[in-house]
Design a protein around this ligand. Structure first.
Ligand code: PLP
Length: 322
């Protein structure tokens, strides 16, 4: 069972309708040279601008997420005449140089990789369970303040660029993005959302078709079950997410919240032995991103495997289950 899928297996693997559509298109026209467009691309673009949020009137297709970031930053420079950006520490936006520069993970930024793009400012991200300010609530407001502060001090920031829902996963409180939007508007800065893993239904929102309704339903069932597992397994310090983007943060101790990275690795390998795959984020967050087509039964089956794997890791660590 693949609860990873790089966040792009929304309709699972080998869906017959997708394979049929690709096969028919390959027979008809396999490539549209630069001077031309083609009907399926136009149709898809029209479909994309029809979905919320309103006001998105243009589509440019990119061959990868990293390239999309590159293009968005180029547009931001052209539109504002400025080159600086604000993004989040600990974020990942891809492996190209622009994406690495705005990304906030040391592994992609440090060592012999540099120099990176200049003018890429970073702020600590929101997330009440774990954040740079050491607060247990209100991190989102502090994050907005930091963004506003830099916007004001620099005065020439081209764009704030971030994932609308953090991959870890942290869903921001309701007023967070409107507050950032307002600050951006005040200082003539663009707001760019990287929706590469979360777009097209992962969080149960975009597209009101039956596929996404299923994601919202099964995701809610999954999160509820995951919280139930947390009640009995002290290795889990926090459960969060939305729909088909969910996470369980493993900690050595719930009071100190020390990340249990070794345990997360052990749980992953235990789960892989039982044919369940998922991602670990920031070393200690078990991040589950099932396809939107997952059934309730499959979701619960996957979480049962996860529960057994966590139980085994706890036993090895001498942690008593309640
Ligand atoms: C938030 C985010 N942005 C950008 C990317 C880069 O996408 P790609 O691997 O298609 O270049 C990823 C990939 O995981 C991602 O998670």
């Amino acid at each position: 069972m693949d609860l990873h899928g790089n966040n792009v297996h929304h309709i699972g693997y080998a869906h017959p309708r997708l394979i049929d559509a690709i096969r028919r298109q390959m027979d008809k026209l396999s490539f549209a040279p630069r001077r031309y467009t083609c009907a399926p691309a136009v149709k898809l673009a029209e479909k994309l601008v029809d979905v919320p949020p309103a006001g998105l009137g243009k589509v440019w297709f990119a061959p990868s997420g990293s390239d999309a970031i590159e293009m968005a930053l180029a547009y931001a420079r052209a539109a504002t005449g400025w080159f600086k950006t604000i993004s989040f520490w600990d974020s990942y936006h891809g492996a190209g140089f622009a994406a690495r520069s705005i990304g906030g993970e040391a592994m992609f930024r440090s060592g012999p990789i540099g120099p990176l793009l200049s003018g890429t400012k970073h702020v600590p991200p929101f997330g009440d369970y774990r954040n740079a300010w050491g607060v247990t609530e209100g991190s989102a407001e502090l994050c907005v303040r930091m963004i506003r502060y830099i916007l004001e001090k620099e005065g020439d920031i081209a764009a704030v660029i971030a994932e609308s829902v953090r991959a870890v996963p942290y869903v921001p409180p309701a007023g967070f993005w409107p507050a950032v939007r307002q600050a951006c508007d005040e200082f003539g800065t663009l707001l760019i959302f990287d929706e590469i893993p979360t777009g097209l239904g992962k969080t149960g929102k975009i597209f009101a078709c039956q596929l996404v309704a299923n994601a919202a339903h099964v995701g809610a069932v999954g999160l509820r079950r995951l919280r139930g597992i947390m009640d009995r397994h002290p290795l889990i310090g926090d459960v969060r997410g939305r729909s088909c983007l969910m996470g369980a943060e493993l900690v050595v101790d719930r009071t100190t919240r020390t990340p249990a990275c070794d345990a997360a690795g052990a749980v992953l390998y235990q789960a892989l032995n039982r044919s369940l795959d998922f991602k670990t984020t920031m070393g200690n967050v078990l991040t589950l991103t099932p396809p939107l087509s997952i059934t309730e039964r499959q979701m619960l089956q996957a979480l049962e495997i996860l529960k057994e794997s966590i139980g085994e890791a706890e036993l090895k660590m001498g942690i008593t289950q309640s």
